[in-house]
Design a protein around this ligand. Structure first.
Ligand code: GLN
Length: 487
């Protein structure tokens, strides 16, 4: 039998069904692997061994009684931004280092109801602000492909855990690229669904009009299975959309013959590493060889997406993070002199530098004198960008390009240069501003580091993205490559 940790969710599901192993055995095997290798990566904030084994026992019991859900006994890791009842939810911050949520996020609840077993909570950039995982209060996560490199961020613990075969799947969140960018840098699959497709209830808010939950896996097939469980209307999230969830797993089997693939010139401009561009073009050629047609499309305002995002996202974060005041929950400074001192020192000591930078930028762009010049203007540009995509999707089904401008960068390289760090999301942010679904899939290597192919679709076109990704993975085996030292 193939080692359990090497198997995908789909393979593990078949093994459990056939009785080749139990969920308890599977959970024990993965926990042992995490115990042996996590120190090298720092992928977890919390490892939930006891809870996982108890859940695995319940899953085995449910199967024995003929009541196995679609994810019965299968492992998952949650980004530590999802509230988990009774288990610490830190959001990568000192501010929430002592926070135990009294309830589960909808995503957590739905996956648990389908039988999933939570192995632990993944490390992440503080409050999901970052592209390298270096802003985490718990320290940087390392990339299994090269331990001196970043696994991306902010869902870097999730991406590293999947790439290192600690788990076949992990949840993530994506506000500007935080699922897709780490997926690209670790050779995994990451999907950010349409805004409103998956509930944000119980997901610690960063920028509410951009935040969306999704998954990181090794195959599109596994992503389809998980998304089918996670997606759907939730009355507890006011922006959740009430639309039927397609059977993604059934959809991915269909051919991509006739798929119209849009190519945007700016995605291949000077900012792109040359070899990365070559790998991405090869991937597009593979899609063409399967019957897709490449068509040039124009997104005239896409170059404005990074500056637009860095007005909108900080503005929303400055508002969302005002709830962390040292009074209601989280970190509280010791011996405050008065109420103001309590607020100031709790926030001053509880938040890290990047979070403070965002809050200050956000408060500035929302201030009376600058609101029109920055915030309002950014909202207008956001509408133009969304409109560009809308026009493009009249002619094409998906837009293909690189996920990230270059393969994984060294830890420490960009941390003192926020602009360079922000530019890592140059190709991913547009989808968030327009609320569109997008996926990153491994499409080769440059200097032995993974490269990601990015596909963006029209609203609710997750099935088309997953299908293109799945069909591509039937023709290629980049997703099977395993980093040295983690085989
Ligand atoms: N890297 C981007 C940022 O720092 C996106 C983060 C995210 O998607 N959560 O804001």
């Amino acid at each position: 039998m193939m080692e359990l940790y090497t198997q995908t969710l789909n393979e593990l599901s078949l093994g459990l069904e056939h009785g080749d192993f139990t969920s308890v055995e599977l959970t024990q095997a993965l926990l042992a692997r995490i115990a042996a290798h996590n120190e090298k990566l720092n992928a977890f904030v919390t490892i939930t061994s006891d809870e996982a084994l108890a859940a695995a026992e319940r899953a085995d019991d449910a199967r024995a009684k003929g009541r196995a859900g679609i994810l019965n006994g299968l492992p998952i890791v949650h980004k530590d931004i999802f509230c988990t009842r009774g288990i610490k939810t830190s959001c990568g911050s000192r501010m929430l280092d002592n926070f135990i949520s009294p309830y589960d996020a909808t995503v957590v609840e739905k996956l648990a109801a389908a039988g999933a077993v939570v192995l632990g909570k993944a490390n992440m950039d503080e409050f999901a602000m970052g592209s390298s995982n270096e802003t985490s209060f718990y320290g940087a996560v390392k990339n299994p492909w090269d331990l001196s490199c970043s696994p991306g961020g902010s869902s870097g613990g999730s991406s590293a855990a999947v790439a290192a075969r600690f788990t076949p799947a992990a949840t993530g969140t994506d506000t500007g690229g935080s699922i897709r960018q780490p997926a690209a840098l670790t050779g995994t699959v990451g999907i950010k669904p349409t805004y409103g497709r998956v509930s944000r209830y119980g997901m610690v808010a960063f920028a509410s009009s951009l935040d969306q939950a999704g998954v990181i896996t090794r195959t599109a097939e596994d992503a389809a299975r998980l998304l089918g469980v996670m997606a759907g209307f939730d009355e507890r999230d006011s922006t959740s959309i009430d639309q039927a969830v397609p059977d993604y797993t059934a959809e991915i089997g269909k051919s991509i013959k006739g798929l119209r693939v849009g190519i945007v010139r700016q995605h291949f401009d000077a900012g792109l590493d040359e070899q990365t561009g070559v790998r991405v073009k090869e991937a597009i050629a593979v899609l063409e060889s399967m019957g897709a047609t490449a068509i040039e499309v124009n997104l005239p305002n896409i170059d404005l997406s990074v500056p637009t995002y860095y007005v909108v996202a900080p503005a929303e974060c400055s508002s969302n993070l005002s709830r962390f005041d040292g009074v209601r929950f989280g970190y509280r400074a010791e011996n405050p002199e008065d109420l103001l001192d309590l607020y100031c020192r709790s926030r001053g000591e509880g938040f890290g530098d990047e979070v403070k930078r965002r809050i200050m930028t956000g408060a500035y762009v929302l201030s009376a004198g600058y609101y029109d010049a920055y915030y309002l203007k950014a909202q207008q540009v956001r509408a133009l960008i969304a409109d560009d995509f809308k026009k493009a999707f009249a002619d094409v089904d998906v837009i293909a390009g690189p996920t990230v401008p270059a393969p994984a960068f060294k830890l420490g390289d960009k941390v003192d240069d926020p602009i360079q760090m922000y530019l890592n999301d140059i190709y991913t942010i547009g989808a968030n501003l327009a609320g569109l679904p997008a996926i990153s899939i491994p499409c080769g290597f440059v200097n032995e580091l993974p490269v990601g192919l990015h596909l963006v679709g029209a609203h609710f076109a997750e099935a088309s993205l997953l299908r293109a990704a799945h069909q591509y993975q039937q023709q290629t085996d980049f997703h099977r490559a395993c980093p040295e030292g983690f085989q």
